[in-house]
Design a protein around this ligand. Structure first.
Ligand SMILES: [Cu+2]
Length: 634
């Protein structure tokens, strides 16, 4: 959501609509990005975007890289920034690049990636032998005492306003199913004198072929870095390729930078934010109310909505961030041979914006073939990921989501991929219709490639089979409820009134809401868990959204089956958790009720490795501010 806050200056007349979005930018965002240009480094990370044909960073076979002194192929990425832009600088094949590489791997590959943090100046980690890079350690969290407030159904909220830092960085291989220790996001480049982390990655043989995402995941820094372009695509190729590389295209959707406006806020919003914080401070703690965690009642909004008729009347009077396709302004252009199947790997690499992707030809939306979602072939055949497709007219891509589309154009045909207009939430931005990619057919090849692909219905998919199995064996499945909540809290810890974001297991008796605030046992490299599950079990999680903005659910090291999403059950690693429904509150006109939405996901822990990892909202504004939990599989 929150990228859109950078646009408010143009929309003051709708101040009432902005309040929830305003909270973070007003009080938590820190100095404007332009104030953080590091000294002593050349201006890099690109300039204004050209338009025209799409391009991408080099496609790197990770096993073909030069070997480090430990004997593993290694890629050294130096992280830099320029104003709002962030980028990786690296040498490959004799050339220095600033465009994020496409990392191509196969199941079983082993390689190393070194992340060197040069955000505040040159770091020594780039010049060391791999064996000399000191191990990264957990970044200590600030010593802030929690303050109690009244939370969800009178359970306690812990307030701890995170001070955000854009100078930390690490790397998360989103979708990676290997051991949590290999992509440990709890570790930090700031924790070593060399300001570098070395990631030693072995791609599991069970890693499905498909399209994946890598991005920084340092707590409090992730949103600005990802929004600024610091991320990329990694691809797991199947053992036998069905299409030549020339027919594969990386469509990495990012924000257009610089953003259209700046961080200035609308002064008329301040009284409402202060009123919300003051209201929260007056609420007296009660004995927690008993309620059915799987059928929760409506919950009062944390934000006052005087005249909330206005509030619900019109969604999105301010725009969401405009998109670019990696190196070019949208719509990018792509020319492909007629009659030759093309694999479009579409990645939503934004920090906070949802893409409702559609395909248009001759002025009409048309059905398109989805062969993979979030790195998983829809047919479940890892040996032939293109063998089955599901026909769709829209693909919802929350931040970090991927969709693999198989597209074949007729001679002379032109199709446009675009994101359809949608309302993020009553209190949030509207994403306008925006063309993303124009694909045109050029002359056919003399010997076109043939891909044998057959339709599959959602009901026939592996996802639907898991749902059927779970419904047939309910005694095997543990249910848990998790609830997304937001509050407006008074000033404290050196911060003004601010938005606070929580993801809490509300099926746990006597729960209280705490932001992600990792604590470590002495010498431990991973924090204490908030949820413990047993390997070999299956769980169904009910995700309740009690807020008026869209959230999402992502879990590391595994995927899940989203049960009740448009298009039928599907295997994903990141899913939309839609906003709740606004109801009048007869007791308090200023604080309307919100009927929570519910999104159900089935997590199959039968094949997941033991370890400690995280689950969180992938709207990175929220994640950076605490909407995350720690899970341990034992
Ligand atoms: Cu969220």
């Amino acid at each position: 959501m929150m990228l859109s806050m950078r646009f408010w200056r143009t929309v003051r007349q709708y101040a009432l609509l902005f309040i929830v979005g305003a909270l973070g930018a007003l009080f938590l965002s820190g100095p404007p990005a332009s104030a953080r240009v590091p000294k002593g480094l050349p201006p890099i990370c690109g300039g204004p975007l050209p338009s025209g044909p799409i391009t991408s960073g080099p496609r790197i076979d990770m096993t073909a890289l030069p070997h480090d002194d430990l004997g593993w192929p290694e890629l050294i990425l130096r992280v830099r920034s320029r104003g709002e832009r962030f980028c990786y600088r690296y040498a490959y094949d004799g050339t220095t690049y600033h465009r994020a590489p496409i990392m191509v791997v196969h199941p079983g590959d082993r390689f190393a990636v070194r992340v060197v943090n040069e955000l505040t100046g040159p770091a020594s980690g780039a010049r060391m032998a791999a064996s000399a890079v000191p191990p990264c350690k957990p970044r200590p969290m600030p010593n802030v005492m929690p303050r109690p407030f009244v939370g969800y159904f009178d359970h306690t909220i812990e307030a701890r306003a995170m001070k955000l830092s854009d100078t930390d960085v690490n790397m998360h291989f989103h979708g990676f199913v290997g051991p949590a220790s290999e992509e440990n996001i709890f570790l930090s480049t700031l924790s070593t004198p060399a300001r570098a982390c070395e990631y030693d990655i072995t791609v599991p043989r069970t890693q499905p072929p498909g399209t994946y995402f890598y991005h920084p995941h340092a707590h409090g820094a992730a949103e600005d870095e990802v929004a600024g372009g610091l991320s990329g695509m990694w691809i797991v190729e199947p053992a036998t390729t069905e299409l030549p590389v020339r027919d594969e295209h990386a469509i990495v959707l990012r924000y257009r930078i610089p953003f259209l406006a700046n961080w200035n806020y609308v002064p008329s919003e301040l009284p409402l934010v202060r009123a919300a914080a003051a209201h929260e401070a007056t609420l007296a703690p009660h004995t927690p109310v008993a309620f059915d965690p799987f059928d929760p009642p409506p919950w009062p909004s944390a934000v006052p909505m005087r005249g909330h008729g206005i509030y619900v009347a019109r969604c999105g009077s301010r725009p969401d961030g405009r998109l670019a396709v990696d190196g070019v302004d949208a719509p990018g252009e792509l020319s492909v041979p007629a009659g030759e199947p093309q694999l479009l790997r579409v990645l939503n690499a934004t920090s906070d914006s949802i893409v409702y992707m559609r395909v248009r030809a001759h002025g009409r939306d048309r059905s398109f073939k989805i062969v993979g979602r979030d790195g998983t072939p829809v047919g479940g055949d890892d040996a032939a990921p293109l063998a089955r497709f599901i026909a769709a007219r829209q693909a919802t891509l929350v931040p970090a989501a991927r969709v693999d589309i198989l597209l074949t154009l007729k001679a002379g045909q032109k199709v446009t991929l675009y994101t359809h207009r949608h309302c993020n939430a009553p209190s949030d931005a509207v994403a306008r219709t925006q063309p993303l990619l124009v694909v045109r057919a050029s002359a056919p090849l003399a010997h076109p490639t043939v891909v044998a692909t057959r339709p599959l219905t959602a009901a026939q998919s592996p996802a639907a089979k898991l749902v059927a199995y779970v419904r047939a064996h309910p005694q095997l499945v543990r249910k848990r409820a998790f609830t997304y909540t937001e509050y407006v809290l008074p000033k404290a810890h050196g911060r003004g009134a601010h938005g606070a974001y929580y993801l809490t297991e509300t099926s746990r008796p006597g729960f209280h809401e705490t932001p992600f605030w990792p604590t470590y046992a002495k010498g431990a490299m991973t924090p204490d868990p908030t949820v413990v599950v047993r390997r070999g079990t299956i769980e169904e999680w009910y995700l309740f959204n009690t807020t008026l903005e869209t959230h999402s659910f992502h879990i590391h090291q595994m995927n899940f089956v989203a049960v009740n999403v448009p298009g039928g059950p599907m295997t994903l690693d990141t899913v939309e958790v839609p906003f709740g429904r606004l109801l009048p509150n007869l007791k308090s006109r200023d604080y309307p009720l919100i009927a929570p939405s519910v999104t159900r996901v089935i997590l199959d822990f039968r094949h997941v490795r033991r370890g400690t990892f995280v689950f969180h909202c992938h709207m990175l504004f929220h994640e950076d501010r605490g909407m995350m939990g720690v899970i341990k599989v034992v």
